[in-house]
Design a protein. Structure first.
Length: 178
């Protein structure tokens, strides 16, 4: 029996697929909202052919493009999961955005932050909150190549945010646009 986007009806718990070698530090926080399964990239690809999770958490290590392939395949599903990318390397973010991630958490982060981010992404999917996990700024120019149109992907504080240019694949921190 396969599981749908909303998880098993009898428990009301959503399915979460986690591809992260360091998942032990935050999985316990997520278990109240999700039925968590950790897997390697290969196992995650295989698992998604049988059951589509409500959410997918993928850690980018920068070593190869396999996590990006996983993200792209997840986003290509008929009912794609929400995809949260974890990375300690902001330079990896433009590729993750282009692969189809829905949000980014820069490491290190407090375990409760991943819970709130995933919860927000699920509520966003259901139309219950405004879309601001990532935001496109079509008239803002890239600080590196002057291309018009950038993405904000993470708040550094109430005054500053992280931005990415998908044209030159550069990232930077600047004054938060609101």
């Amino acid at each position: 029996m396969s599981t749908s986007l909303t998880g098993a009806a009898h428990t009301g718990t959503l399915d979460l697929l986690v591809v992260d070698a360091d998942a032990d530090r935050y999985v316990s926080v997520l278990s109240s909202m999700f039925r968590v399964v950790t897997a390697s990239i290969a196992a995650a690809l295989e698992r998604m052919t049988r059951a589509v999770p409500a959410a997918l958490v993928v850690a980018l290590d920068g070593a190869d493009g396999a996590p990006l392939v996983l993200i792209a395949r997840a986003r290509a599903l008929s009912v794609p999961p929400v995809v949260l990318v974890l990375t300690a390397e902001p330079a990896c973010v433009p590729d993750a955005i282009m692969a189809g991630c829905g949000s980014v958490l820069l490491q290190p982060f407090a375990p409760n932050l991943i819970y709130s981010r995933l919860s927000r992404m699920i509520r966003l999917r259901m139309g219950a909150v405004p879309a601001d996990c990532m935001r496109e700024w079509p008239t803002t120019r890239c600080a590196h190549c002057d291309h018009e149109g950038v993405m904000s992907f993470e708040y550094a504080s109430h005054r500053r945010a992280w931005y990415a240019c998908l044209a030159c694949k550069k990232v930077w921190m600047a004054k938060r646009l609101d």
